[in-house]
Design a protein around this ligand. Structure first.
Ligand code: KG4
Ligand code: ZN
Length: 338
């Protein structure tokens, strides 16, 4: 069988990443995470695009070196066209176009949201691939979406967030508790030693598979303000219980929506992706649902959950096989539906 070498580039948000795949196998997956945003408590678009501009050549070079592949052996260049921050996307898009032109190999545009879902198809001896159809939930700092996946390129959005992404809900809650950005992993850490039922927070009243997290953020803010007025040490004394309660609420919301999706479609194969998939609460709840609800669940390796170019590469490979190439008149798209 033919060996296809794809160089993939991802630059949609604040991570500059390049990967080389041989067919569906990752040879390298290099990610340069931009530290600069931490001091601002969130991603600053202008700084992100500048950092991509600085990182892109070293990151691509490193991906090729680690894969031990010469540029002239590449079969195609895949890149993230959107959705994402326009200034960030432009760096990867322009770079990919130029490289494709220079090497005279096909250019392949990739939808970032599709890539999160198709990351399950990267060859991994430790993990099975979901059969079609399956339910995919993408949860990260930028996205919260439940999708019915009928085939590689046949997907239907069942629901998405109407306001904040779930990772944002974690990060903004953490900020209210005085934790540094991004606070999601810290909430998870402190939640381990807390009581998840200590403080009940209300769940949003959004029907179907859609999400809303802005109300939760507000109720946590009021809750903290009210309690610190009467007891200035409230946060210190109750940090673990508050984190466990927040996590319990958010995981409850995610599981409620997955159960609705499973009920609506009758499909019990559930796959998750995105940075929030690292959360121990959602992982545990999914494992439990295998026993209680008879689900088959899939969580990719962590390096394929957060933004990375290997997931762009797998889509590149799948499109290459179908000769789904892209013309040089293509432009980046900040908003880009599945
Ligand atoms: O996929 P990702 O690296 O970047 C994008 O947003 O696309 O996801 C980052 C998000 C952040 O909001 C971070 O707080 C959250 O994922 N996150 C977590 C955990 N690890 C990362 N949230 C809760 N628990 C975790 N263990
Ligand atoms: Zn993402």
């Amino acid at each position: 069988p033919e060996k296809v070498y794809i160089l993939a580039i991802e630059s949609s948000c604040d991570d500059t990443s390049a990967a080389v795949l041989c067919n569906d196998t990752t040879l390298s997956n290099v990610v340069a995470t931009q530290k600069i945003h931490e001091e601002y408590g969130g991603v600053v678009p202008e700084l992100a695009s500048r950092a991509h501009q600085q990182n892109i050549v070293p990151v691509v070079h490193s991906a090729l070196t680690k894969a031990n592949i010469d540029k002239k052996d590449l079969s195609a260049i895949a890149f993230t066209r959107g959705p994402g921050l326009m200034g960030s996307l432009l760096v990867g898009t322009s770079f990919a176009k130029s490289l494709s032109m220079g090497l005279n190999v096909p250019l392949i545009e990739v939808n970032h949201m599709q890539a999160h879902i198709l990351s399950h198809f990267i060859n991994d001896p430790d993990q099975g691939k979901p059969d079609f159809p399956f339910i995919a939930m993408t949860i990260s700092g930028g996205h919260t979406q439940i999708v019915l996946v009928k085939d590689h390129f046949d997907m239907e959005i069942l629901g998405e967030t109407l306001d904040d992404a779930v990772g944002e809900a974690f990060d903004k809650s953490a900020k209210i508790l005085g934790l540094p950005y991004p606070g999601g992993p810290l909430v998870d850490k402190y939640a381990q030693s807390g009581n998840p039922k200590a403080f009940p927070f209300p769940k949003p009243k959004v029907t179907g598979c859609n999400f809303s997290f802005s109300g939760l953020k507000t109720s946590i803010l009021y809750f903290v303000q009210k309690n610190t007025t009467t007891n200035p040490d409230f946060l210190n004394e109750n940090r673990d219980d508050i984190c466990a309660s927040i996590q319990h609420t958010i995981v409850g919301i995610l599981m409620d929506k997955l159960r609705i999706a499973v009920k609506e479609t009758g499909i019990k194969r559930v796959a998750i992706g995105g940075g929030v998939s690292a959360n121990s609460g959602i992982r545990k709840a999914l494992k439990e649902a295998e026993t209680t609800d008879g689900w088959e669940t899939f969580i990719p390796k962590f390096e394929y959950c957060t933004d990375n170019a290997a997931m762009i590469g797998i889509v590149g490979y799948l499109k290459y096989k179908q000769e789904q190439y892209t013309g040089y008149d293509i432009s980046a798209q900040a908003r880009y539906s599945l």
